[in-house]
Design a protein around this ligand. Structure first.
Ligand code: SF4
Ligand code: SF4
Length: 153
């Protein structure tokens, strides 16, 4: 049994990840591992980069088509979509954030891993309001594949 089935924590080995070329361009990482009837991510993508065989299937992303625009991030009810763009030694990580208070642009926050553990500092670069707010933070590139939430301190 996978860890996400027992504890709800997705592991990196559960995912189909982009290569370095795509990460430099900026692409969405979809951490949706449970087959449930859901597909707003497919409709949200203006570039048809996300597809599903049927409503119960897992979403598949075409990293060639994805431009990292982030439009899919705030529509996912499972908070399972992130965008990563690697820029030199740093990375921009865009994530859904449903807690309050919301962070402010320029604020230093703590980046948390998939288990909720603090792993590094991150700087809030952008905040997009919506039903689910979407936050973009900058953090060291080495943590880009680990950081999946933030804590406002
Ligand atoms: S980041 Fe933009 S282009 Fe990429 S899958 Fe999401 S909506 Fe489509
Ligand atoms: S919207 Fe989110 S939960 Fe629903 S299929 Fe897409 S990635 Fe999975």
């Amino acid at each position: 049994m996978k860890r996400w089935e027992k504890e709800g924590i997705v592991e990196i080995t559960d995912l189909s990840l982009p290569d370095k070329k795509h990460l430099k361009k900026g692409v969405a990482i979809i951490e949706c591992v449970q087959e449930i009837p859901c597909n707003p991510c497919v409709d949200a993508c203006p570039f048809n980069a996300i597809s599903m065989e049927n409503i119960n299937a897992l979403p598949l992303i075409d990293y060639e088509k994805c431009v990292g625009c982030g439009k899919c991030v705030g529509v996912c009810p499972g908070l399972a979509i992130f965008v990563i763009k690697i820029i030199g030694d740093n990375a921009l990580l865009t994530l859904p954030y449903e807690f309050v208070p919301l962070p402010e642009e320029g604020q230093i926050v703590k980046a948390l891993d998939r288990e909720g553990k603090e792993i590094c500092n991150a700087v809030v670069k952008k905040l997009k309001f919506g039903k689910t707010p979407v936050v973009t933070v900058e953090l060291p590139a080495e943590y880009a594949m680990e950081a999946r939430n933030i804590k406002v301190v």
